[in-house]
Design a protein around this ligand. Structure first.
Ligand SMILES: *Cc1c(COP(=O)(O)O)cnc(C)c1O
Length: 421
């Protein structure tokens, strides 16, 4: 199946007389005929269902769909994107380990990796997203267990050289984990470029309608965990009657371990109802991504043509930062998100944003409706002007998330706001 068809048909195939639409299975638990049958499910939990803290039939359909879209072997949904980032690291790193991450990633992930995981004894080594192969190699330590980056970074919109990062990670015997939230598998499939694990905040384009927070982790099933660096995969799990994940679940040992061990213990699993809503978003993901890209490219060209922006960052746009890498990794477009800096700095940017009538001012991105955020006033509010410059965010910077309204209406709104400054 092509990806548009997969969005509609993967994960759920009703049999004779069954509901056309994937049902919401609103049950915490599942019934068996005998104690022996329950025991058998505990022996091999992948065969049947135990408890909705870590598995549910509705969520299972969504997991199968997303695994198919990304070209992975298996997936596990989480209750937020943050939970997906957290579990993706905890699944293979423990106190005393380190991992490498691009410094150009989502701010919430930077806090999680740089502060909270540090308190748990796991060190994150940050490197520039465009560092050279030598610099990336030099960042590795004896205890480094993973490498992490974003396809299209939120909010910097930098494009990661996934193929290069995968090559370097593999040379050191560790997996590459890619956060593919902004690109979605419609615009880029990181596994095809060598990534081993793909994660998402499904709260963004996958859901698309701003109705529920969620996340997902996809296992390519391709990484070789038996190179001696990952005893947690290759030695018996005493908390699960001695299962060896790479032996018993060779098709996707990483995701089976994440579910049976971490999800069992942490329970950050989505409710069936949320998964049902996420599935509605996924069904139209391919058509929506095409339209976001078309609208955003027209808007980026318009903003550039006004001459009122210091710069416009939209990697699909000729002359934008990241354009060369975008041609390789995101040939069909770079989502609906644009960042640009209004000439005149902070006060002009604020005036511009407050003049918008159609675009709403909100702390969200990748919504179906056009929205804007002023990082210096919101997500980066605590920083001084000097710190903002160091973080690559000037006072005039605006993050514009172009939605699916008619693009002429979006541009007319921007036009009247530009006239007002
Ligand atoms: C929003 C976001 C997250 C965090 O996801 P939540 O669903 O808000 O927890 C992680 N990564 C990226 C790239 C994001 O945009």
């Amino acid at each position: 199946m092509k990806i548009e068809t997969q969005c509609l048909h993967e994960g759920y195939t009703p049999k004779n007389g069954e509901p056309r639409v994937m049902p919401i299975v609103q049950s915490t638990t599942y019934v068996y005929d005998s104690t022996d049958e329950v025991a058998a499910v505990f022996d091999d939990p992948t065969k049947s269902l135990i408890y909705s803290r870590f598995e549910n039939p509705t969520t299972d359909c969504v997991e199968k769909k997303i695994a198919a879209l990304e070209g992975g072997a298996a997936a596990m949904c989480t209750s937020s994107g943050q939970a997906a980032s957290l579990l993706s690291i905890l699944n293979i790193c423990e106190a005393g380990d380190s991992f490498i991450a691009s410094a150009s990633i989502y701010g919430g992930t930077i806090n999680l990796f740089g502060t909270t995981l540090k308190r748990m004894g796991i060190e994150c080594i940050f490197v520039d997203h465009d560092c050279s192969e030598e610099e990336l190699n030099a960042a590795f330590k004896e205890n480094t267990k993973a490498v992490f980056g974003e396809t299209l970074a939120n909010p910097a919109l930098t494009v990661l050289d996934i193929e290069l990062w995968a090559k370097v990670a593999h040379a050191h015997g560790v997996p590459l984990i890619i956060d593919n939230t902004f690109a979605t598998p419609i615009l880029c499939k990181p596994i095809e470029w060598g990534a081993d694990i793909v994660i998402h905040s499904t709260s963004k384009y996958m859901d698309g309608h701003a109705v529920q927070v969620g996340g997902v982790i996809v296992d390519s099933g391709k990484f070789d965990w038996t190179n001696g660096k990952f005893p947690c995969m290759t030695e018996p799990d005493e908390s699960y009657h001695g299962i060896v994940y790479t032996e018993k679940y060779a098709f996707a040992p990483y995701i089976v371990k994440a579910r049976m061990q971490l999800m069992r213990d942490f329970g950050c699993y989505p409710a069936a109802n949320s998964s049902f809503l996420l599935n509605l978003g996924l069904e139209t993901l391919a058509v929506r991504m095409k339209q976001y890209c078309e609208n955003a490219l027209a808007v980026a060209k318009y903003i550039k043509s006004t001459g009122k922006a210091e710069f416009v960052t939209y990697p699909a746009l000729e002359g934008s930062a990241g354009h060369e890498l975008a041609k390789k990794y995101l040939p069909n477009g770079t989502s609906g998100v644009i960042s640009f800096s209004v000439k005149g700095g902070r006060s002009t940017a604020v005036k511009f944003m407050d003049s918008l009538k159609l675009a709403s001012n909100e702390v969200h991105v990748a919504d179906i409706r056009t929205c804007v955020l002023h990082p210096a006033s919101a997500t980066h509010r605590q920083l001084t002007d000097e710190q903002l410059v160091a973080a690559g965010i000037d006072g005039g910077l605006i993050r514009l998330s172009v939605g699916l309204e008619n693009v002429e209406d979006i541009i007319a709104d921007l036009e009247q706001a530009f006239k007002n400054i």
